[in-house]
Design a protein around this ligand. Structure first.
Ligand code: FAD
Length: 497
């Protein structure tokens, strides 16, 4: 195609899209599009023919058809808090970014069936608030809750701190409405818990990072809001001891552990350095620090005991005493007020920002069988320290997910450190211990090379077959998730983050 033809075709596409969504909702001015073309990490940025902000599913379908007929890539976008470069275009493809931000209605919330139907652009925290108005919770929780959207959460199958109790986004979702690459719409918002009528298409779209279709709405389960909670910061004797503590707490509280977060001392230190107003949870150092939250919606657990204490808290305290006697817990503090609880969670949720502020770093988002976490951390910490790195690890320990970050050790120059060697060692150890190289953040652009190296080839083949069948023109978010060569101009990209 000549440059002239290409300009004419672009103009024609922009006009056609404007006639669908209105001119004001087709952004082309660099001053207006800049924010949409870079993600939270600021590692990935690119250009697009336009950023389009449709308001309805029918509009999304029209936009996808218009792009498809011209072989223009469609890049779905939510809150741009993804950490793998999935929500911004790649340079190899002429793209239109479809931001779902105007599709932000909560279509219905049924307290009786404990379900909610929300559009893809609803911000996670807004969904939290809507559920709480009915004494219910939507239990997906993590640091980006004020900006990320449920469309992004579904597309990355986001996890967070409550997975130990409620599961990932996939487990919370009962159905989706989506626009497929040919512009057809699938509508599976019935909210049925049982529906064995063939392949479960929602499960294809969840975690697909926008490569198989564009999610426009979803129906989710809601849960009773806790009426009592106990939040504590513990110093565990070791990671093995931490897992025993988790199991004892689960046994004692009938599976009431809502969060069990690994926060070793270097992580607490980096937060306190980046945010000096942070209150250290314990006076002494906690090599294996754990932020734990136990909750209950049972009135029995919220009862006041004869001595004025609350039953759940008393039970947790008694158990802590027992675990201290056994040497599993070395020290502990229980949050005595909502303010103290909020302080502990603020500390946990500011870790990524704190690491980012502290200098260059590389982040692994991995999962391991619970029993292999201690061996992994022990060996990796030893090896990376030898190479001159300071590991800054936190993790959703209760579900086996570690965020293992590498930064330069005191006095070392990041640019001189053997990062590739450290990565190779980490991936080799992960493979040996049967872990996953992507636990909850997805693949996006950043893990394409690891995906091609470490994902079982037979699984990659099935994924490519599905992608080709549903999106033969490769218009849906190309260059993400699958290290495949659907078109000549698509090559796997090296990891940059
Ligand atoms: P975006 O970043 O906009 O997009 C992410 C991917 O989804 C892209 O591939 C995009 O194309 C696709 N997508 C977006 N919307 C749609 C749609 N409607 N249809 C189809 N595809 C779509 N993640 C966790 O899992 N657990 C954590 O604990 C966690 N903590 C975080 C803490 C911080 C401080 C930050 C910045 C991020 C964290 N994340 C975490 C990562 C991120 O918040 C999640 O991946 C989130 O689900 C992304 O949502 P988003 O709306 O920002 O999506």
């Amino acid at each position: 195609m000549t440059a002239e033809n290409s300009f004419a075709e672009t103009d024609n596409l922009l006009d056609a899209m404007a006639s669908v969504v209105g001119e004001a909702n087709v952004l082309t001015d660099p001053g207006h599009t800049a924010d949409y073309l870079v993600d939270w990490t600021r590692v990935y940025s690119s250009s697009a023919l336009a950023v389009v902000t449709p308001k309805t599913t029918a509009e999304v379908a029209e936009i996808v058809k218009l792009c498809g007929s011209r072989n223009i890539a469609v890049v779905p976008q939510g809150g741009r808090t993804g950490l793998c470069g999935g929500g911004v275009p790649v340079a190899e493809h002429r793209s239109v970014v479809v931001s779902l931000k105007r599709m932000n209605a909560i279509r219905s919330l049924e307290p009786a069936s404990r379900t909610v139907v929300a559009e893809a652009g609803v911000v996670l925290e807004v969904l939290h608030e809507a559920a709480l108005e009915h004494g219910l919770v939507f239990p997906l929780v993590f640091g980006a809750k004020g900006s990320c959207t449920i469309g992004g959460n579904l597309s990355t199958n986001a996890g967070g701190s409550n997975v130990v109790r409620y599961g990932n986004t996939r487990e919370l979702c009962l159905g989706v409405e989506a626009v497929m690459p040919d512009g057809s719409v699938i509508n599976a918002l019935t909210g049925l818990r049982k529906d064995n009528t063939g392949y479960d298409l929602k499960d294809l779209l969840i975690g697909a990072e926008g490569t198989l279709g564009l999610i426009t709405a979803a129906v989710f389960q809601l849960f009773p809001a806790p009426i009592v909670r106990t939040t504590a910061f513990l110093s565990a004797a070791s990671l093995e001891a931490a897992l025993e503590i988790l199991n004892r707490l689960q046994d004692q509280t009938g599976g009431g552990v809502e969060a069990f977060e690994y926060m070793p001392q270097p992580a607490v230190d980096v937060i306190c350095k980046a945010f000096p107003e942070t209150r250290r949870p314990l006076e002494g150092a906690a090599a294996t620090g754990i932020l734990v939250e136990v909750t209950s919606s049972r009135p029995h657990d919220a009862e006041e005991m004869e001595d004025g204490s609350i039953r759940l808290e008393t039970e947790v305290l008694e158990l802590m005493g027992d675990l201290m006697e056994k040497g599993l817990v070395l020290d502990a503090m229980l949050a005595q007020s909502d303010q103290q609880r909020a302080g502990l969670w603020k500390m946990r949720e500011s870790i990524l920002e704190a690491i980012t502020r502290s200098g260059p770093s590389f982040h692994l988002d991995i999962s391991l069988p619970l029993a292999q976490i201690a061996p992994f951390v022990e060996e990796m910490d030893r090896e990376v320290a030898r190479l001159g790195f300071q590991p800054l690890t936190v993790g959703h320990l209760g579900d086996g997910n570690l965020h293992y970050a590498l930064s330069a050790a005191e006095g070392r120059d990041w640019d001189q450190l053997p990062l590739e060697t450290a990565k190779e060692q980490a991936y080799a150890l992960l493979r040996k211990l049967k872990g996953s190289f992507s636990a909850e953040h997805g693949i996006g652009q950043s893990k394409l090379s690891v995906m091609s190296e470490l994902k079982e080839p037979s699984q990659l083949t099935v994924m490519r077959t599905i992608k080709r069948a549903l999106d033969p023109k490769n218009i849906m978010n190309p260059g993400k998730l699958l290290p495949l060569m659907l078109s000549d101009n698509e090559t796997p990209r090296p990891a940059r983050h």
